[in-house]
Design a binder for this molecule. Sequence first.
Ligand SMILES: *[C@@H]1O[C@H](CO)[C@@H](O)[C@H](O)[C@H]1NC(C)=O
Ligand SMILES: *[C@@H]1O[C@H](CO)[C@@H](O)[C@H](O)[C@H]1NC(C)=O
Ligand SMILES: *[C@@H]1O[C@H](CO)[C@@H](O)[C@H](O)[C@H]1NC(C)=O
Length: 275
Amino acid sequence: MAFLYFLWLSLSVLIVDCSDYADWYLVWQDEFNGEELDLNHWEYQIGGINFGSHEIEYYTNRTKNVRIENGSLVIDAQIEKYDSYNFTSGRIHGKQSWTYGKFEARARLPSGHQLWPAIWMMPHLSKYGSWAASGEIDIMENKGDHPAVIEATIHYGGKRPYNTHTGSGPRDFHCDLSKDFHLYAIEWNAKEIRFYLDNNHYFTADIDRMMWSGKGPNPYTRKGQPFDQSFHWILNVAIGGSYFGPGPYVTPEQAKHWPKSTMEIDYLRVYQQKK
Ligand SMILES: *[C@@H]1O[C@H](CO)[C@@H](O)[C@H](O)[C@H]1NC(C)=O
Ligand SMILES: *[C@@H]1O[C@H](CO)[C@@H](O)[C@H](O)[C@H]1NC(C)=O
Ligand SMILES: *[C@@H]1O[C@H](CO)[C@@H](O)[C@H](O)[C@H]1NC(C)=O
Protein backbone atom coordinates (compact mmCIF):
# COMPACT_ATOMS: atom_id res chain seq x y z
CA MET A 1 0.00 0.00 0.00
CA ALA A 2 2.78 2.37 0.95
CA PHE A 3 4.43 1.50 -2.34
CA LEU A 4 1.27 2.31 -4.33
CA TYR A 5 0.87 5.57 -2.49
CA PHE A 6 4.50 6.45 -3.27
CA LEU A 7 3.94 5.55 -6.92
CA TRP A 8 0.85 7.76 -7.07
CA LEU A 9 2.78 10.58 -5.43
CA SER A 10 5.64 10.31 -7.98
CA LEU A 11 3.24 10.25 -10.93
CA SER A 12 1.27 13.23 -9.71
CA VAL A 13 4.49 15.23 -9.23
CA LEU A 14 5.53 14.48 -12.83
CA ILE A 15 2.17 15.61 -14.19
CA VAL A 16 2.32 18.91 -12.29
CA ASP A 17 5.87 19.54 -13.60
CA CYS A 18 4.80 19.10 -17.22
CA SER A 19 1.84 21.45 -17.09
CA ASP A 20 3.94 24.07 -15.28
CA TYR A 21 6.59 23.90 -17.95
CA ALA A 22 4.27 25.23 -20.66
CA ASP A 23 3.98 28.55 -18.81
CA TRP A 24 7.68 29.37 -19.02
CA TYR A 25 9.37 31.31 -21.81
CA LEU A 26 13.10 31.68 -22.36
CA VAL A 27 14.50 35.13 -21.49
CA TRP A 28 18.26 34.44 -21.50
CA GLN A 29 20.66 31.63 -22.29
CA ASP A 30 24.33 30.93 -22.69
CA GLU A 31 24.99 27.71 -24.58
CA PHE A 32 28.79 28.17 -24.40
CA ASN A 33 29.14 27.33 -28.08
CA GLY A 34 31.45 30.21 -29.08
CA GLU A 35 35.24 30.33 -29.26
CA GLU A 36 35.61 32.03 -25.91
CA LEU A 37 33.69 33.17 -22.85
CA ASP A 38 31.16 35.86 -23.82
CA LEU A 39 32.19 38.91 -21.80
CA ASN A 40 28.83 40.53 -22.54
CA HIS A 41 27.44 37.89 -20.19
CA TRP A 42 30.29 37.33 -17.76
CA GLU A 43 32.91 38.95 -15.59
CA TYR A 44 35.90 37.10 -14.17
CA GLN A 45 36.51 37.28 -10.45
CA ILE A 46 40.26 37.31 -9.98
CA GLY A 47 42.30 36.71 -6.83
CA GLY A 48 42.11 34.87 -3.56
CA ILE A 49 38.43 35.62 -2.94
CA ASN A 50 38.18 33.65 0.27
CA PHE A 51 36.01 36.11 2.25
CA GLY A 52 34.57 34.08 5.14
CA SER A 53 34.85 30.75 3.35
CA HIS A 54 38.63 30.14 3.79
CA GLU A 55 39.05 28.62 0.32
CA ILE A 56 42.68 28.03 -0.62
CA GLU A 57 42.73 28.68 -4.39
CA TYR A 58 43.60 31.75 -6.45
CA TYR A 59 41.05 32.53 -9.19
CA THR A 60 42.48 33.60 -12.54
CA ASN A 61 41.05 34.48 -15.96
CA ARG A 62 43.52 32.27 -17.88
CA THR A 63 42.11 29.61 -20.23
CA LYS A 64 43.96 27.11 -18.07
CA ASN A 65 41.27 27.81 -15.44
CA VAL A 66 38.28 29.05 -17.46
CA ARG A 67 37.63 28.22 -21.11
CA ILE A 68 35.09 27.12 -23.68
CA GLU A 69 35.74 23.56 -24.87
CA ASN A 70 33.54 21.13 -26.81
CA GLY A 71 30.55 23.45 -26.50
CA SER A 72 30.82 23.74 -22.73
CA LEU A 73 32.21 26.19 -20.24
CA VAL A 74 35.06 24.47 -18.42
CA ILE A 75 36.25 25.57 -14.98
CA ASP A 76 39.48 23.75 -14.25
CA ALA A 77 41.17 23.55 -10.84
CA GLN A 78 44.96 23.37 -11.18
CA ILE A 79 47.71 22.36 -8.80
CA GLU A 80 50.33 25.07 -9.27
CA LYS A 81 52.20 27.72 -7.32
CA TYR A 82 50.62 31.09 -8.04
CA ASP A 83 51.09 34.26 -6.00
CA SER A 84 51.78 32.31 -2.74
CA TYR A 85 48.83 29.98 -3.39
CA ASN A 86 49.17 26.24 -4.14
CA PHE A 87 46.11 26.04 -6.39
CA THR A 88 44.35 28.06 -9.08
CA SER A 89 40.79 27.83 -10.33
CA GLY A 90 38.03 29.89 -11.94
CA ARG A 91 35.05 31.91 -10.80
CA ILE A 92 32.79 33.99 -13.00
CA HIS A 93 29.71 36.02 -12.29
CA GLY A 94 26.89 37.00 -14.58
CA LYS A 95 26.25 40.57 -15.68
CA GLN A 96 22.48 40.10 -16.15
CA SER A 97 20.10 39.53 -13.27
CA TRP A 98 16.47 38.52 -12.79
CA THR A 99 13.79 38.49 -10.12
CA TYR A 100 11.89 35.19 -10.11
CA GLY A 101 11.92 32.61 -12.88
CA LYS A 102 13.22 29.20 -13.71
CA PHE A 103 16.99 28.87 -13.79
CA GLU A 104 18.61 25.82 -15.36
CA ALA A 105 22.23 24.68 -15.52
CA ARG A 106 23.22 21.51 -17.35
CA ALA A 107 26.52 20.52 -15.81
CA ARG A 108 28.99 17.76 -15.07
CA LEU A 109 30.71 17.99 -11.72
CA PRO A 110 34.38 17.51 -10.81
CA SER A 111 35.44 14.74 -8.48
CA GLY A 112 38.28 14.83 -5.96
CA HIS A 113 39.23 15.52 -2.37
CA GLN A 114 37.99 18.95 -1.23
CA LEU A 115 36.93 20.24 -4.62
CA TRP A 116 33.92 22.50 -4.03
CA PRO A 117 31.99 23.20 -7.23
CA ALA A 118 29.05 25.57 -6.99
CA ILE A 119 26.27 26.88 -9.22
CA TRP A 120 24.69 29.72 -7.32
CA MET A 121 23.18 33.20 -7.40
CA MET A 122 23.88 36.44 -5.58
CA PRO A 123 21.88 39.68 -5.33
CA HIS A 124 22.75 42.17 -8.05
CA LEU A 125 22.47 45.11 -5.64
CA SER A 126 22.79 44.52 -1.93
CA LYS A 127 19.59 46.39 -1.13
CA TYR A 128 19.19 44.93 2.36
CA GLY A 129 22.86 45.14 3.33
CA SER A 130 25.96 43.00 3.22
CA TRP A 131 26.04 39.18 3.32
CA ALA A 132 23.75 37.51 4.01
CA ALA A 133 21.12 40.22 4.57
CA SER A 134 20.52 40.57 0.80
CA GLY A 135 20.36 36.82 0.26
CA GLU A 136 22.15 34.04 -1.58
CA ILE A 137 20.68 31.12 -3.54
CA ASP A 138 22.85 28.02 -3.81
CA ILE A 139 21.34 25.92 -6.59
CA MET A 140 24.03 23.26 -6.32
CA GLU A 141 26.96 22.80 -3.99
CA ASN A 142 28.99 19.63 -3.84
CA LYS A 143 31.97 18.18 -2.02
CA GLY A 144 34.19 16.49 -4.61
CA ASP A 145 34.83 13.67 -2.14
CA HIS A 146 31.20 12.59 -2.66
CA PRO A 147 30.17 13.22 -6.28
CA ALA A 148 26.70 11.70 -5.73
CA VAL A 149 25.78 14.17 -2.98
CA ILE A 150 24.60 17.73 -3.59
CA GLU A 151 23.05 20.41 -1.45
CA ALA A 152 20.57 23.26 -2.05
CA THR A 153 20.63 26.22 0.34
CA ILE A 154 19.43 29.80 0.73
CA HIS A 155 21.20 32.29 3.02
CA TYR A 156 19.44 35.37 4.43
CA GLY A 157 18.20 36.75 7.75
CA GLY A 158 20.67 39.53 8.52
CA LYS A 159 24.27 40.64 8.16
CA ARG A 160 26.91 38.23 9.37
CA PRO A 161 26.94 37.09 12.20
CA TYR A 162 23.13 37.49 12.32
CA ASN A 163 22.58 35.52 9.12
CA THR A 164 20.80 32.18 8.88
CA HIS A 165 20.10 29.60 6.19
CA THR A 166 17.60 26.97 5.07
CA GLY A 167 18.48 24.05 2.87
CA SER A 168 18.05 20.49 1.74
CA GLY A 169 21.13 19.33 3.63
CA PRO A 170 23.37 16.85 1.82
CA ARG A 171 21.24 14.71 -0.55
CA ASP A 172 22.63 11.45 -1.87
CA PHE A 173 21.26 10.77 -5.36
CA HIS A 174 23.21 7.49 -5.69
CA CYS A 175 24.57 8.57 -9.04
CA ASP A 176 28.10 9.80 -9.74
CA LEU A 177 27.36 13.33 -10.96
CA SER A 178 30.90 13.70 -12.33
CA LYS A 179 30.32 10.97 -14.93
CA ASP A 180 27.61 12.66 -16.98
CA PHE A 181 25.77 15.94 -17.42
CA HIS A 182 22.72 16.55 -15.23
CA LEU A 183 20.20 19.36 -15.00
CA TYR A 184 20.32 21.52 -11.87
CA ALA A 185 17.42 23.95 -11.60
CA ILE A 186 15.30 26.19 -9.45
CA GLU A 187 11.84 27.63 -9.86
CA TRP A 188 11.58 30.82 -7.88
CA ASN A 189 8.46 32.89 -7.30
CA ALA A 190 7.24 35.27 -4.59
CA LYS A 191 6.25 32.37 -2.32
CA GLU A 192 8.90 29.69 -2.72
CA ILE A 193 12.12 28.52 -4.32
CA ARG A 194 11.87 24.95 -5.56
CA PHE A 195 15.04 22.96 -6.27
CA TYR A 196 15.31 20.22 -8.92
CA LEU A 197 17.80 17.65 -10.10
CA ASP A 198 16.96 16.29 -13.56
CA ASN A 199 13.43 17.68 -13.16
CA ASN A 200 12.94 15.83 -9.87
CA HIS A 201 11.80 18.27 -7.23
CA TYR A 202 13.74 17.56 -4.04
CA PHE A 203 13.55 20.68 -1.88
CA THR A 204 11.41 23.77 -1.38
CA ALA A 205 12.47 26.89 0.48
CA ASP A 206 9.45 28.78 1.79
CA ILE A 207 9.97 32.53 1.32
CA ASP A 208 6.35 33.57 1.92
CA ARG A 209 7.28 34.79 5.39
CA MET A 210 9.33 37.38 7.28
CA MET A 211 12.88 36.18 6.75
CA TRP A 212 14.67 38.00 9.53
CA SER A 213 16.80 35.58 11.59
CA GLY A 214 15.49 37.13 14.82
CA LYS A 215 19.01 38.24 15.79
CA GLY A 216 20.59 41.66 15.31
CA PRO A 217 18.84 44.49 13.42
CA ASN A 218 15.91 43.48 11.16
CA PRO A 219 16.80 44.48 7.57
CA TYR A 220 13.32 43.61 6.22
CA THR A 221 9.89 45.25 6.20
CA ARG A 222 7.93 42.71 4.12
CA LYS A 223 7.50 38.99 3.61
CA GLY A 224 9.72 37.50 0.91
CA GLN A 225 12.57 39.98 1.31
CA PRO A 226 15.44 39.67 0.37
CA PHE A 227 14.30 37.24 -2.37
CA ASP A 228 12.21 39.93 -4.10
CA GLN A 229 15.27 41.46 -5.81
CA SER A 230 17.24 40.50 -8.91
CA PHE A 231 20.00 37.90 -8.66
CA HIS A 232 22.84 36.94 -11.04
CA TRP A 233 24.69 33.69 -11.68
CA ILE A 234 27.98 32.68 -10.07
CA LEU A 235 29.89 29.61 -11.22
CA ASN A 236 33.08 28.42 -9.56
CA VAL A 237 35.14 25.51 -8.34
CA ALA A 238 36.66 26.31 -4.95
CA ILE A 239 39.30 24.20 -3.24
CA GLY A 240 39.25 23.53 0.50
CA GLY A 241 37.49 26.01 2.76
CA SER A 242 34.98 26.06 5.59
CA TYR A 243 32.54 23.85 3.65
CA PHE A 244 34.95 21.05 4.69
CA GLY A 245 35.22 22.16 8.31
CA PRO A 246 38.13 23.96 9.97
CA GLY A 247 40.89 22.12 8.04
CA PRO A 248 43.57 21.00 7.47
CA TYR A 249 42.78 21.41 3.79
CA VAL A 250 43.89 19.42 0.76
CA THR A 251 47.62 19.49 -0.04
CA PRO A 252 49.12 19.55 -3.56
CA GLU A 253 50.34 15.99 -2.92
CA GLN A 254 46.80 14.76 -2.12
CA ALA A 255 45.36 16.69 -5.05
CA LYS A 256 47.47 14.68 -7.50
CA HIS A 257 44.89 11.91 -6.91
CA TRP A 258 41.89 14.02 -7.97
CA PRO A 259 39.99 11.88 -10.51
CA LYS A 260 38.56 14.94 -12.32
CA SER A 261 39.49 18.58 -11.75
CA THR A 262 36.93 20.21 -14.06
CA MET A 263 33.33 21.33 -13.87
CA GLU A 264 31.71 21.60 -17.31
CA ILE A 265 28.59 23.64 -17.94
CA ASP A 266 26.84 22.73 -21.18
CA TYR A 267 24.31 25.55 -20.89
CA LEU A 268 22.51 27.96 -18.62
CA ARG A 269 18.94 29.00 -19.39
CA VAL A 270 16.62 31.45 -17.68
CA TYR A 271 12.87 31.35 -18.15
CA GLN A 272 10.15 33.56 -16.80
CA GLN A 273 6.46 32.92 -16.47
CA LYS A 274 3.79 34.34 -18.77
CA LYS A 275 1.78 36.92 -16.86
C1 LIG B 1 42.68 38.95 -17.44
O1 LIG B 1 42.95 39.85 -16.40
C2 LIG B 1 44.01 40.72 -16.68
C3 LIG B 1 44.29 41.53 -15.42
O2 LIG B 1 43.11 42.11 -14.90
C4 LIG B 1 43.65 41.59 -17.89
O3 LIG B 1 44.73 42.45 -18.20
C5 LIG B 1 43.35 40.68 -19.08
O4 LIG B 1 42.90 41.44 -20.18
C6 LIG B 1 42.28 39.67 -18.69
N1 LIG B 1 42.09 38.71 -19.78
C7 LIG B 1 40.89 38.32 -20.17
C8 LIG B 1 40.86 37.23 -21.20
O5 LIG B 1 39.87 38.77 -19.71
C1 LIG C 1 36.78 17.63 -25.51
O1 LIG C 1 36.81 16.65 -26.54
C2 LIG C 1 38.07 16.04 -26.72
C3 LIG C 1 37.98 15.11 -27.91
O2 LIG C 1 36.83 14.28 -27.79
C4 LIG C 1 38.48 15.32 -25.43
O3 LIG C 1 39.78 14.77 -25.57
C5 LIG C 1 38.48 16.31 -24.27
O4 LIG C 1 38.73 15.63 -23.06
C6 LIG C 1 37.14 17.00 -24.18
N1 LIG C 1 37.20 18.02 -23.15
C7 LIG C 1 36.34 18.07 -22.13
C8 LIG C 1 36.52 19.18 -21.16
O5 LIG C 1 35.43 17.26 -21.99
C1 LIG D 1 51.33 24.70 -0.01
O1 LIG D 1 51.62 23.33 0.09
C2 LIG D 1 52.72 23.04 0.93
C3 LIG D 1 53.01 21.54 0.82
O2 LIG D 1 51.89 20.77 1.21
C4 LIG D 1 52.38 23.48 2.35
O3 LIG D 1 53.50 23.26 3.21
C5 LIG D 1 52.04 24.98 2.35
O4 LIG D 1 51.60 25.39 3.62
C6 LIG D 1 50.94 25.27 1.34
N1 LIG D 1 50.73 26.70 1.22
C7 LIG D 1 49.54 27.28 1.35
C8 LIG D 1 49.49 28.76 1.17
O5 LIG D 1 48.52 26.63 1.62
